[in-house]
Design a protein. Structure first.
Length: 127
């Protein structure tokens, strides 16, 4: 099993238990091996308006995760992505983080991450 960077949308789907059975098993294995998140996903998750119990669950999930910050190498990769593909900066940072650390991006939003050379993507809904 490779190393993965989990996109925000997959974390929320996982926490809401809305993934299909195969995707849920796949995510259980990733999370058991310590989940990896971009600092962007950390911010997005902490901004999620939800009830107090889920908010604590999110904080616990983040506390158990490795958070990858924005480094000069991530910035360089982000700039290259944005110059070659029209996409939102947060998504470009997430893609650049995965690429910079040799991680496979786990997302259910594959269309935003297509045609980025050097980025490997897996969708837990299609496992």
């Amino acid at each position: 099993m490779g190393q993965y960077l989990i996109d925000t949308n997959v974390v929320t789907d996982y926490l809401l238990a809305s993934l299909p059975a195969n995707g849920l098993r796949f995510m259980d294995n990733i999370i058991d091996a310590v989940p990896n998140l971009s600092v962007i996903s950390q911010i997005e998750l902490l901004c999620w308006k939800t009830d107090i119990a889920m908010e604590q669950h999110i904080k616990n999930f983040i506390a158990d995760s490795v958070i990858f910050n924005i480094t000069p190498y991530v910035i360089t990769n982000c700039v290259n992505i944005r110059r070659n593909k029209r996409m939102k900066t947060p998504d470009a940072i997430i893609a650049a983080t995965a690429m910079s650390h040799g991680l496979i991006l786990v997302t259910n939003n594959e269309r935003d991450f297509t045609n980025i050379r050097g980025l490997n993507v897996i969708n837990p809904y299609e496992i």
